[in-house]
Design a protein around this ligand. Sequence first.
Ligand SMILES: [Zn+2]
Length: 137
Amino acid sequence: MSNPTNAPKISKSDAEWREQLTPEQYRILREHGTERAFTGPYWNSFDKGLYRCAACDEALFVSDTKFDAGCGWPSYFEPVKPDAVTEHRDTAFGMVRTEIRCANCGGHLGHVFPDGPKPTGLRYCINGHSMVFEPLK
Ligand SMILES: [Zn+2]
């Protein structure tokens, strides 16, 4: 399933998102914010389960791909499926980075860097507040 325009499938007004999300979730998901390292949820959690988008409940990452990057944010070497997230060029703060968004709702999740472990060599560095963890039953 390809989505060449990168357009999110869900579109809501800012007022609707603001009503649905906590202030911290809104700041990150809708305003491209970043939680401070080591302050958000999940960065040091290695329980088995599924990480879902806090805005639309779409499955994003599984605990089996999570690793300890030591950076203070939950980090994964790949998304749960390739089209779960979309990539966007981000030149904020004088850096060229690849921003990661939820493919379903367009919510900002974090960034991907080319310094991750095998098998992908990628590090998806994600704001914990942009996700909700569902423990494996
Ligand atoms: Zn989403």
